[in-house]
Structures are given as C-alpha cells and as structure tokens.
Ligand binder design. Structure first.
Ligand SMILES: [Zn+2]
Ligand SMILES: [Zn+2]
Length: 334
C-alpha cells in the first residue's frame, strides 16, 4: 500500500502506507482501494505551494474505487461496494452548516487537500463523504467531483431556456460546463480557447463556434459568459460580450489578490450580474446520475491513464504540455 506524496512544493515521493491502519478504519470511516484518481488544477496549485493546507500532503480529491474495509459504525457501505468520494468534509454543526452553506463550513477539511487523498492505492475517508457509483466505469466515477462543482456553478448561473452562452476555456472543466449547460436547454454555446488541440476537441464536442482569440468574439450577444480560465483579463473583456441584463459567472480559479478593471457604469446601465461559484454543495448524486444516464458524457475527456509511480509525469504534462492533454487520470492498480 503506497501513495504519491507532495513532501514540499515541487517535490513528489512515493511513500509506503500502514496496512494495519488502512485495514482497520475507526468508527464511521471506511477504506477505499483506489481505481481511478484524476489530477486537477487544484493539485497543480498544491504542487506549486500556492494553496491552503500543509505539507506533506497526499493529493487526490477526484477519485473512485472499491470499499475494502469499514469501521464499526459504518451503515451505508460494505466491502466490495463501488464508490466515489466527495472530498469536502463539513462539521454540520457550525453557523454556516446550520444554514445549508456547508461548503463554507468554518471547520472545513478536505480529502486530498488538508487530509490524505486518492493519489494512493488505498485511502481512509469518512462514510459521509462517500457515494455509490453503481455499475459505471471507475474512470467515469472519478469525474463525480469535478462534475458536481460544474453542476453547482450552473445552478448558480440559472440559465434560461434558449439562452446564448459563451464559455472561455476548453479544458475538461470547460467541456463539462458546455455539456451541463447544454442539458439545461440553452440554444447556443460558443467557446473561446487559445490552445489548438483543445480548440479542435471542443469543436467536435458540441460547441456552436470556437474562437481562438477573445477579440474575435461578437460583442453584446450573450445572455451569459462563463469563465473557466481564471484569467482576470478574460473576465474584464466579458463585460462587453454579454447583452444588457447579461450574467457573468466566475468559475475558473483566479490568482489570489489579483484585480479586475471594469467600467462600473456598464455594470450599472446595462444591469449586469457578476457571479462566483465555489466548489460544490452536495451535488454528487446529480453528477452520478448525469454520467450514468449518458446526459453528460465524460468518456472522451481522459487523455492519459498512468500508474501511481508516474504521478509526477502527470503533473508535468499539465504544467508543460508537450502533447495534447485533457484529464490525466492515475490508476494505482497499474
Ligand atoms: Zn479538482
Ligand atoms: Zn460546519
């Protein structure tokens, strides 16, 4: 039993885990044998030392696998169950939790961010964080977490039937946004993507038009603009891309302490709305259902499936892509 550990920024090591601890989870905890574990932008932030949490940390917050051991108080799961993990754990008792805002829990912690995660052969997690994935492929199950964040964002954006939408960024998250917005009955989705292989991909993945540069995008046309890049200048430009009464959703993670320069008069006299979307709020069951039903396809989003020992290579592929790269997935059983 082993894990890929980020010991300090830019240092990854494969470490041995205690079989004794993993096979004897306490109380309401259970241990999962990991079958698929996605690398995401948050992992890159952790790797670069730009994120909350302390080192060393075993990353991995988008994963699925099989239950192999349960604590004495576990009631919903048994060994052999196929599951995925919702990594944000809330206390359910603070003021935020008591007002249905558990994603802002004051005692928040997260599997793969502040506690050992799924870049491992095995990981122990609380039962309250675990969801059944039924019979779907483990690789699809590992999309439960990113898709649940996308569902949360779409629920905040509240698209109306036949809305016209522009999405900036066609990585795995941009494609998931496109597919979930499509499922809500919007009529038109344009995508802006600089990267050539990603632009080609999204063209075949259901975008109406793909623009390589923001300056080519028609002005004042969209009911909604969704940023999946986190680049502040993209958000600044979006003010001119939406129609009067348009909405702008900040979904990509912007650099902390960055600044926007926008004309507040335009926000005023065009009645613009700027929205933020942060993580998810118990959207996991919705995510599994959208995947299982085929309404949101994830099967084409994995570009690399690597063994645990190549976690560092996976990080490198995303930071410095030398080949077309979408979701990089680790299968610790390989
Ligand atoms: Zn993630
Ligand atoms: Zn709380």
């Amino acid at each position: 039993m082993r894990a890929a550990e980020i010991r300090e920024p830019h240092v990854i090591k494969i470490v041995e885990l205690s079989e004794e601890d993993l096979m004897n989870p306490a109380d309401r905890n259970l241990t999962i044998e990991v079958a698929a574990s996605g690398i995401c932008g948050t992992d890159l932030h952790i790797y670069k030392g730009e994120y909350i949490g302390e080192f060393p940390v075993i990353p991995g917050h988008e994963f699925s696998g099989t239950v192999v051991a349960t604590g004495s108080a576990v009631t919903h799961f048994k060994p052999g169950d196929r599951v995925a993990v919702e990594p944000n754990v809330a206390c359910e008792d603070c003021q935020e939790c008591r007002e249905n805002r558990r994603h802002f829990c004051r005692n928040w912690w997260a599997v793969g961010v502040t506690a050992p995660g799924g870049m491992a052969t095995h990981v122990t997690v609380p039962e309250t964080a675990v969801f059944s994935i039924g019979e779907i492929d483990f690789v699809y199950g590992a999309f439960m977490e990113p898709l649940s964040c996308v569902i949360h964002g779409v629920e905040i954006a509240k698209p109306r039937l036949a809305d016209r939408i522009a999405i900036a960024g066609a990585g795995p998250i941009g494609i998931l946004l496109l597919r979930v917005f499509r499922a809500t009955g919007v009529s038109w989705i344009d995508v802006i993507e600089r990267n050539e292989s990603r632009a080609q991909f999204v063209e075949g993945a259901g975008a109406n038009s793909v623009f390589r540069d923001l300056s080519d995008v028609p002005r004042g046309q969209y009911d909604m603009f969704v940023d999946a890049t986190g680049v502040p200048s993209v958000v600044e430009d979006s003010v001119d891309l939406v129609r009067p009464a348009g909405r702008i959703l900040l979904f990509g993670v912007p650099p902390k302490d960055s600044r926007l320069t926008i004309d507040p008069f335009k926000v005023f006299n065009r009645e613009l709305t700027i929205l933020g979307s942060f993580t998810s709020l118990r959207n996991s069951r919705q995510a599994i259902d959208l995947i299982e039903s085929g309404i949101v396809r994830v099967s084409d989003l994995v570009s690399h499936l690597l063994p645990l020992e190549q976690f560092a290579r996976g990080i490198d592929l995303l930071l410095h892509p030398t080949e077309p790269t979408m979701k990089v997935m680790i299968d610790p059983r390989l």
